[in-house]
Structures are given as structure tokens and as C-alpha cells.
Design a protein around this ligand. Structure first.
Ligand SMILES: Cc1cc2nc3c(=O)[nH]c(=O)nc-3n(C[C@H](O)[C@H](O)[C@H](O)COP(=O)(O)O)c2cc1C
Length: 184
């Protein structure tokens, strides 16, 4: 049965314990199909993704090196690392697209919900050195890494060292709607 949107919103979690079960290309393509349908300013679709799924790849290891060590320690165990990349300018006209990061974020959110539906966890990572990541990926100027993502089937929380083990199973905390919405 297809989970409801409410179920997916609750199911999606940023986990750190990963199974080494490989992620098939069809699952990845389903995630990118979800990203593809995100809204974007002027329908510019400023996102692109680099899939780092080869554990021997030098690019993958340089991207892992760009992460803060506390992120790398668990992210390196993910069978797939994704780099989400923003095109900062418009394709057909001059000027900066000030919505580029926002729109890549939207695409990432779509992708992460689809992943949840497929039983995968997507852990987004902002703790990395943007310049080092851009160099590892050989990005042209005008492109920027927005977030790295560790993608995996979940593993057992017990495999993690403390304090990560506790965080893995801790209840998710959110502000109440009244704290971030003002009607009128
Ligand atoms: C843009 C972005 C950057 C993040 N960076 C990190 C990070 O560097 N390290 C980390 O452990 N988690 C990172 N996270 C994950 C958040 O901590 C996580 O989404 C938040 O605690 C809510 O948990 P949930 O996703 O399981 O609901 C990041 C999430 C986003 C969206």
C-alpha cells in the first residue's frame, strides 16, 4: 500500500547507521524523478546531482574529505553519497538567480520523501567545506554544492558509537505551528 503523505513526513528521518545493502539504479532514478517535479523560480530547475556510488572512486573520497570529520565518520559508510549542486545564474539571461539554493532545497526535499517511501534514509549534510567539495567535483564557476547527502537503507542503531546511538532513536523534536505561523 502506498503510504500517505503524513506517513512519509513522519517516516523520513536523517539516520546515521547504514546497512551496506546496495542501492539499485531504479531506486535512485525514482528519487531523481521526484526531484524533477519540484517547483522552481521561472521553472529554471537549477539543480543537478552527482552520484558517488563507487567506493574506490577518488572523487568520492575527496568529497568525503571535504566533510567535517564528525560527519565523515558515519557518512563514509553510506553506499551512495549525493552532491546536490545549484546553478547560480540563469540559463537564458543575465543576472544571479537568488532562488537557486531555495529551489535545490525543494528538489532535495522531494527526493528525500521519495527515498523514505522506498525505505531509504537520506541524511543531508551542510557540514563540509564548499570550496573543497566544488574542487573535488570539478565544478565550473557559477555552480555551488548546496548539500551533500548520505543515502542508505537504515542499519541498526546499536552499530553507532555514543552519543550518536542515542540520537538515532531519539524522538524527533519540532516547534509548534503557533511558534512559526502568524495568521493575518
Ligand atoms: C541543509 C541541511 C544541512 C544539514 N547538515 C547536517 C550536518 O552537517 N550534520 C548532521 O549530522 N546533520 C545535518 N543535517 C540533518 C539535520 O540535523 C536533521 O535534518 C534535523 O536534525 C532534523 O532531523 P530529521 O531530518 O531526522 O527530521 C542537515 C540537514 C539539512 C536540511
Amino acid at each position: 500500500m502506498i503510504p500517505s503523505l503524513d506517513q512519509l513526513l513522519l517516516q523520513r528521518r536523517s539516520l546515521r547507521s547504514f546497512s551496506d545493502h546496495p542501492i539499485g539504479r531504479p531506486a535512485l532514478l525514482r528519487m531523481f524523478e521526484a526531484a524533477r517535479w519540484a517547483a522552481s523560480a521561472f521553472n529554471e530547475q537549477p539543480w543537478s546531482y552527482v552520484v558517488l556510488d563507487d567506493p574506490q572512486s577518488e572523487v568520492r573520497s575527496r568529497v568525503l574529505d571535504s566533510m567535517e570529520p564528525h560527519n565523515r565518520s558515519w557518512a563514509e559508510k553510506a553506499p551512495v553519497i549525493l552532491a546536490s549542486v545549484a546553478q547560480l545564474g540563469f540559463r537564458g539571461r543575465d543576472g544571479a538567480n537568488r532562488h537557486a539554493h531555495h529551489d535545490v532545497g525543494q528538489a532535495n526535499a522531494h527526493l528525500a520523501l521519495r527515498a523514505a517511501e522506498l525505505g531509504l534514509t537520506v541524511h543531508m549534510i551542510g557540514g563540509f567545506k564548499p570550496q573543497a567539495a566544488a574542487e573535488a567535483l570539478n565544478l565550473a564557476s557559477g555552480f555551488e554544492v548546496v548539500a551533500l547527502m548520505a543515502v542508505a537503507y537504515p542499519g541498526p542503531a546499536e552499530a553507532l558509537p555514543e552519543p550518536l546511538r542515542l540520537r538515532e532513536t531519539a524522538p524527533r523534536v519540532r516547534r509548534e505551528i503557533g511558534e512559526f505561523v502568524r495568521f493575518g
